[in-house]
Design a protein around this ligand. Structure first.
Ligand code: 1GP
Length: 245
């Protein structure tokens, strides 16, 4: 439980972490090289690798390429069991607790459990909560389930609390990749003040200011994908801002 332990220790020390999301579909070899070298310089804490829908599955190649160039831990953030790779360091074993699709709450987990156990990956049991980001994102369509409405802070709170009580070790609140509206700080505050496990927040974060506001509201780890794909210099800007909180 080496990586999870590190996430918990950073939370206990009130250190905020920054994760760069690599969506295998959107990355060419050269992009990854550039992102990795920027990430080393910017002291990025984690790479998350995965996506709701991966058309060309290059997860293994992408992770091997990251690993060949840096020691930043790689955590799988899989949209499906086909995205599990033994080259990563850890896996968010995601249960979509904001939804009511039994297959994503437990079904896929049953099917993939033997393969995941065999992989030797560090498993991080994760309560995954999709929050409405203002426009349909791939995740809510693919997951075939409604996101939590953006202003229903109490539903988010109770969902996260239930996840923690069920033994999940981390809560990941996601407005979905490329969300129009990122999760509001009031919702982040409400959730973070009432759970003890680490809180990851992502979806539609495009500026250092937003990342900092989310950290101050109680997020322990901030994830950014889309914005970095568009402007790689944001890696340094957002990372520096988060680490200064
Ligand atoms: C999506 O939380 C991640 O699952 C990151 O979202 O791509 O919008 O940064 P963005």
């Amino acid at each position: 439980q080496h990586i999870y332990q590190q996430i918990v220790e950073r939370k206990q020390n009130r250190q905020k972490s920054f994760a760069v999301l690599i969506d295998p579909d959107k990355m060419h070899k050269n992009d990854i090289e550039k992102i990795v070298s920027q990430a080393i310089e910017a002291k990025v804490d984690y790479f998350f690798v995965g996506g709701s829908l991966v058309v060309v599955n290059t997860v293994n190649e992408n992770i091997q390429q990251i690993k060949a160039n840096c020691t930043i831990p790689v955590i799988l953030f899989p949209g499906a069991p086909s995205q599990v790779s033994c080259y990563a360091d850890a896996l968010f074993f995601l249960s979509l607790i904001s939804g009511r699709n039994a297959d994503l709450l437990i079904g896929q987990h049953v099917l993939s459990a033997p393969m995941i156990k065999q992989s030797g990956l560090e498993i991080i049991p994760t309560g995954y909560m999709v929050i409405d980001g203002g426009a349909p994102t791939s995740v809510s369509y693919i997951a075939n389930t409604a996101p939590i409405p953006a202003d229903k802070n109490d539903i988010a709170l109770c969902t996260a609390m239930a996840g923690e009580m069920l033994g999940l070790k981390l809560i990941y609140m996601d407005a979905g990749s490329g969300a129009l509206n990122p999760i509001n700080v009031k919702m982040i505050e409400r959730v973070s003040q009432n759970i003890n496990v680490p809180l990851v927040v992502g979806g539609g974060i495009t500026t250092p200011e937003k990342a900092v506001a989310n950290c101050k509201a109680g997020a322990d780890v901030i994830v950014v994908g889309n914005a970095i794909e568009k402007d790689i210099s944001l890696i340094k800007e957002i990372s520096t801002a988060i680490h200064a909180v």
